[in-house]
Design a protein. Structure first.
Length: 259
């Protein structure tokens, strides 16, 4: 399917690996020019080089911490006017609610809510002026089904979801859509770390934890990053123009609900 976005320009945050990289690659495959961001310059540059070779699209790198105001401004200045924004940042560490303090919550909000808000505020106005734009925020299944050890993530991502619910409907008339993409369990380094953490908590082998967790999903497996990236690219396409303020689950059926 032709997504109709060849020649558009996208900013993809957290794009050096995992789900963010998968989104960047899917957009590149559709002919989208990229500005990609992550904190680690070496990994980011390698990702950019790989994408340039494989998809023959321009890729600009911006190695900065998007969770800080200075990092956000650096990224906004480098990105300039864009057509597509993919908000993505690594989740807070797992833990126990008894141990989290105010600083922990502020850090979670900075990473998984306020950084996305800042980029939306800075970059969506030019999309409105152009009469076309796409914003996809990568959040989590935890927005719909909270995960106990990820209480910091549950809270921050739920806050972003509430923000998007209002803003998306305010800008829809200008041809700009804002939606959220909610990953369930996907085979990434982040999930490997979570499996290890919970395995240690339960006193079992990590491989056992992974096997049991995958078995609990109706699809009986973890999702792949490539599957996730393809859905993200579709949400950025011309075909998704009537999708506004939605929370799209990609979880292999793990969230059990009629609606």
């Amino acid at each position: 399917m032709d997504l109709g976005i060849k020649g558009k320009r996208a900013l993809v945050c957290g794009a050096s690996k995992g789900l963010g990289r998968a989104c960047a690659e899917a957009l590149a495959e559709a002919g989208v020019e990229l500005v990609i961001n992550a904190r680690t310059a070496e990994t980011l540059e390698q990702t950019a080089a790989d994408i340039r070779v494989r998809y023959a699209v321009p890729v600009t790198t911006v190695a900065t911490d998007v969770t800080t105001e200075a990092g956000q401004q650096t990224l906004i200045d480098a990105a300039g006017a864009i057509d597509i924004l993919i908000n993505n940042a690594g989740g807070p560490p797992p833990g126990n609610w008894r141990d989290w303090n105010r600083d922990d919550f502020i850090a979670a909000l900075d990473a998984n809510m306020l950084s996305a808000v800042a980029l939306i505020k800075a970059l969506v106005p030019s999309m409105i002026d152009n009469g076309w734009g796409r914003v996809v925020n990568i959040t989590s299944i935890a927005v719909r089904q909270p995960i106990g050890v990820l209480g910091l993530s549950n809270s921050a991502r739920a806050g972003l979801t509430g923000y998007v619910a209002g803003v998306s409907r305010d800008v829809a008339e200008y041809g700009v859509t804002i939606n959220n993409l909610l990953p369930g369990l996907h085979a990434t380094e982040r999930l490997e770390g979570l499996d290890k953490f919970e395995a240690n908590q339960r006193g079992i082998e990590t491989e056992t934890m992974t096997r049991n967790r995958a078995a609990s999903i109706p699809a009986k497996r973890y999702g792949t990053a490539a599957e996730f990236g393809a859905v993200c690219a579709f949400m950025c396409s011309q075909h998704a123009a009537y999708m506004v303020g939605q929370n799209v689950l990609l979880d292999g059926g793990a969230f059990n609900s009629t609606m």
